[in-house]
Design a protein around this ligand. Sequence first.
Ligand SMILES: NC(=O)c1ccc[n+]([C@@H]2O[C@H](COP(=O)([O-])OP(=O)(O)OC[C@H]3O[C@@H](n4cnc5c(N)ncnc54)[C@H](OP(=O)(O)O)[C@@H]3O)[C@@H](O)[C@H]2O)c1
Length: 289
Amino acid sequence: MSIAFIGLGIMGSRMAANLLKNKVDLTVFNRSPEAVKELGSKGAKTANSAIEAAKEADIVFSMLSAPDVVSEVFFGGNKVLASMKSGAIWVDCTTVNPSFSQQAYREAKKYNVQFIDAPVAGTKPVAENAELVFITGGEKSLVDQVEPYLLYMGNKVLHVGETGKGSSFKMLVNLLLAQSMVAFSETVLLGEKMGLDKEFLLDTIPNLPVIAPFVKAKAEMIRNNDYDTQFPLELMYKDLHLAAVTAYENNQSLFQGNIAKELFGFASQNGYERMDFAAIYQFLEGKKS
Ligand SMILES: NC(=O)c1ccc[n+]([C@@H]2O[C@H](COP(=O)([O-])OP(=O)(O)OC[C@H]3O[C@@H](n4cnc5c(N)ncnc54)[C@H](OP(=O)(O)O)[C@@H]3O)[C@@H](O)[C@H]2O)c1
């Protein structure tokens, strides 16, 4: 099997590196050439365009930032889909909205390309350690065909249902993640204002049953005032925007989700866009270092 990987950012570069560790015949492409060179030095074949990477591939993975970028690369200006082999499989790991995944499926079908939405749960170190969970939507038999490759990059495949259901579930996860981070940040900040010791709050709150378990790791970022980017804040803003669009499409109100969206948006527009999304604490604190 010949495999292509398009999009070598924080996540994609680590996922592609794990395919290489498993001796996969891999061709890579990324808009910025440094990431391509780096993967090339690890043994990947390198391409000068997304089309060149994808045209001979049996499976094409994409891990791009957002739906508009995926559409531009695959069926907009770059027309990767039109250059792919008939019968090849496109696995989009980008976090997108479910109606976009359905559109991608329809576009792929025009070129006899098969499509799976396969966003991931897990962040930078999890991707590095090949411990991602792939949340898939599409025909189960198709997911079974690509599963060995998914398991080179992760340790679990959660098949949710037909096309778009992987993206649907991933969106719910990030909606909770964003709101939990805001709730934790505001709680700690109010505690501090009331004169409670910050270290006490950071040690104690993450162990309470009322809190989401992931905040333990984020509490360390706040403690050390070090927001080394695992999940860029601007992409959390993007995910909340996609959740809002999806809520509209489904005629479901999303009061708190939209407040969180505007908060992450405002932070993103004020210099926090490439910090980890946990930096929403620092933004709310109003003391950027
Ligand atoms: N980081 C996480 O913890 C995490 C976890 C789960 C899911 N995700 C999702 O995974 C996806 C990738 O996230 P990431 O953290 O790897 O983001 P990232 O580091 O910002 O990487 C984004 C990728 O998209 C490419 N890209 C952006 N705009 C482009 C354009 N106009 N044309 C062509 N390529 C473009 C970037 O290319 P350049 O290198 O040239 O900029 C890069 O390869 C996102 O959908 C994100 O929501 C992220």
